[in-house]
Design a protein around this ligand. Sequence first.
Ligand code: IVH
Length: 704
Amino acid sequence: MSESTSEIAVENLTPEQAERELEYLAYEIARHDRRYYQEDAPSIYDSTYDALRARNLAIEVRFPQLKRDDSPSDKVGAAPVSKFSKVIHSVPMLSLGNAFNDEDVVDFSGKVRRFLKIADEVSLPITAEPKIDGVSATIRYEKGRLIVGATRGDGLVGEDITANLRTISDIPETLTGENVPDIVEVRGEVYMGHADFAALNARYESEGKSPFANPRNAAAGSLRQLDSAITASRPLRFFAYAWGEMSAMPATTQMNMVAAFKSFGFEVNPLMRRCENVEDLLEVYRDIESQRASLDYDIDGVVYKVDDLVLQGRLGFVSRAPRWAIAHKFPAEQATTILRDIEIQVGRTGALTPVAKLEKVKVGGVDVSNASLHNEDEIIRKNVRVGDTVIVQRAGDVIPQILGPVLEKRPENSAAYVFPDVCPACGSKAIKDVNPDTGKEDAIRRCSGGLICPAQAIEKLRHFVSRNAFDIEGMGAKQVEAFYADGRIKNPAEIFTLEKRDADFPKQLNDLEGWGELSANNLFAAISQRREIALNRFIYALGIRHVGATNAMLLARTYGTFEKLQAAMDAAEEEDSEAFQELLAVDKIGLVMIRSLRAFFAEPHNRDVLAQLLNEVTPIPVEAVRLDTAIADKKIVFTGSLVIMSRDEAKARAEALGAKVVGSVSKNTDLVVAGPGAGSKLKKAQELGIEVIDEETWIELSAG
Ligand code: IVH
């Protein structure tokens, strides 16, 4: 994304901005899904994540034609990582819609009744049960024997964790009881109890390992062990509450299905109740809520399900969730404590994040001593000072947040917090972007020492060697990480002196594990080959914020040489200078990009590394853009597979001819190049009456 459209209200977005925003949201949501589902390390509040999803949906509702093929609205969770083999769920494992207050529950019941045409006075039994805060799993039995068990994954495909599930004593190896159907797929939640969690963490800490943040993460981490002996050593438990494929149904209601699972040998939650009306549901909700603190496991709400399975079948599903069920979430748990300090952490992308260091306090049964304060504005908005007594909240678990200070308890000598304007990790200037559409400053301050900041180093090096950047054969993300860790490569320039310095290290490259004479020499040769590199790749490789591959190409074409680009940035020091205004007048180079480039070039640390890099590497000018071609300024979509050219080549050709390559078809698209296997984009283009050509025609058209 070149510019931030995130602050523009959905109703004010232009189609172009909406398209860009949908692309950004798809990327961002997928990234957070991965962090949550695959890495068990969420990095944003659940509420922020929900807001991203809500915004995505709102934009799709306003611009239905822009909905992406990979829209997050059509997905649940994240696709599984590859270390376990895949299991395709015979019946998808979906998610639940949320209710946040009593009114939402009344709405839910009303909608169900209207859908089924059931009058208010007719009884409609609905069950209520705790929503367990663990990890969902499905276990398949054939002829009463456990065959396979899997995680939810993205809802359609999960990971095969059979061996790990077998270690959980609540999950029977063989089903017991009468009338067990031939195929039974039981679904439920794997979780860790509070007492077990505390003991596990205490053991971890005594062994010098970093403890789990909460029982959910501990359960998730334990389930994804490749060695099931480790899982077996973790005190995991399981509640059965749902099912997938069943060759025969042992019951006709939700309540009795769960009773059947109990008779098969599963643990089921004892707090589940069957209610006749909404008032009863809300009463059970309050009852369960009042028991929450004394339960030995985490719950984050109450799930309501229409009891009658025939009615469930009629209600069916809508997008990611059943119409017949809803999760009524508990409000966040709170506590007060003292804010001892504010520490600034620098993220991998250079964002400076203030972290509140708190006097340890229990919030909803979990010890809390850190909380995120998001950013500088948040500290001001919340009016918190070091020394304050603050209210802390755990919303939907994970990272606790600070709601605000208890002003009556503010110490007399306290002072407002002054946010640093230099990066604590490297000393470079830390600056904020300004959004040109709104004129507002970005809330996040970022370190501008991209090339030298240790906090960003690995990320920047990974980017530097990535496919659209230096693309050095034999040097991927894994290698730069290892080289950074052993001190061989600390900045991009050092890649090119690796061979020269090889003898200085106690172990030479060919003596390192996984390396030999041949592979080391091949790597040195591959590095040498890149000493000459296309200017656009060189610019892109620098990892300057807002300068993605497309903008790097634009800059390369506009300036021709790196020296000219650098000179233009130096000349444009003041924003009211002529040079700056000239820059701004260049079509498509926006204020945000210029500011970001300026900040990068103004940082002496970056200049040093750039100078070192330019000693080693020569950027080769790229051809200027031709503006006299048939497709200049046209928006082109490539879809399906291209047989003759690679996608990258087709894109580069289109851009060289002045066209813009976009990801999805909208009424603003001028041309669609469709290859074999083209699907929804081709269909949309045909519906919108947009010109569609095949690859051969494209090659003729783009030949000159
Ligand atoms: S029912 C088709 N019941 O909540 C719906 N889910 O947000 C099947 N969960 O993925 C789910 N306790 O991991 C159901 N008593 C309960 C639950 C429960 C926890 C989790 C489950 C699901 C998620 C949906």
